[in-house]
Design a binder for this molecule. Sequence first.
Ligand code: NAI
Ligand code: MG
Length: 369
Amino acid sequence: MAANKKLLILPGDGIGPEVMGQVQQVINWMDKRRAVTFDVETGLVGGAAIDAEGSPLADATMEKASNADAVLLGAVGGPKWDELPFEQKPERGLLRLRKEMELYANLRPALVFDALVEASTLKPEVVKGLDIMIVRELTGGIYFGEPRGIEDLPDGQRRGINTQVYTTNEIRRVAAVAFELARKRGKRVTSCEKANVMESGVLWRQEVQKLHDESFQDVALSHMYADNAAMQLVRNPKQFDVIVTDNLFGDILSDEAAMLTGSLGMLPSASLGDPDKHGRRQALYEPVHGSAPDIAGQDLANPIASLLSFAMALRYTFDLAEDADLIEQAVQRVLAGGLRTADIMSPGAAKVSTVTMGQAILRQLDQMA
Ligand code: NAI
Ligand code: MG
């Protein structure tokens, strides 16, 4: 008997509540039409939480997040809170979630929908059918390593220092996430570092290989220097299934891969931490985009990034691959039918609002299920 499916929805600010409203509709649809029910709670995060509760993430909400099987977040931030000191800003709410849930693996898929092939700057044959996943280590590496800082030298120069540090445990736990994902996908992992010039890269390569040989021999593992991976991503991205890499290289490679696909309004993400006693990892799913204050409150936002983030939750937290496929296919068909929100508008397509796009996807789901 599977454990309960506990979701915490944190809509946040700006377009966050608008796009998460559409996710809620799909959850309601699943409760009615699929053999699954979710136990859904909602809470406040970011500016919305500052205004109502005096802090960007209340302790009670943090506790609910830790106890949920998956947290679904919209976006945080906006001009209203820009003048607050750094420690009190809406973004602190998101940072607290990531830190206290210890979300060390950031998953960024690059998925190209047939109907949007033309939106890519690359040739259609290079990106058509693309479906890759970048797993970026998120809590270690050079963004956090000590020593760091800027210091004065005796000769009057100054020196800036950052340090790349990885322990075996930090490498193994993120690599385990990548191998597990590969098992649910194309069964291939490419691990990227610069073992040719960095000792931390040598250790990375050794530990990923060891973990593979011990526990994941059913997944094909290859190693690639990160600079070569950057080239391969634009030359022939379809050669990859899952890429696992460190925080710095992952920051760059995941943004590069994202742009193979087109618009910010289409990009989902997940951040995963350690498994609980049921084997379910701490998990936060959110669109890559922010709160888009320029279009907030106007029913213009593209809800697809958030809907695809929910599909990732179905696939990776709840093992509901069929339902995840269903949502992705519904999105695919609605796009193929020519509906577009403003951000992905193309000549000859029909421009629709957030709500209309959400409803069209629901209607499509109705026809498919
Ligand atoms: P943004 O992602 O909010 O917007 C960038 C541009 O993309 C805007 O022109 C926006 O209208 C458009 N856009 C974004 N998402 C869209 C969608 N779903 N549909 C249609 N168009 C979309 O990034 P920006 O402008 O740099 O930041 C705005 C606010 O969001 C800031 O307060 C920032 O701190 C916050 N932010 C929050 C993030 C989060 O919650 N994870 C991530 C990035 C920014
Ligand atoms: Mg980045």
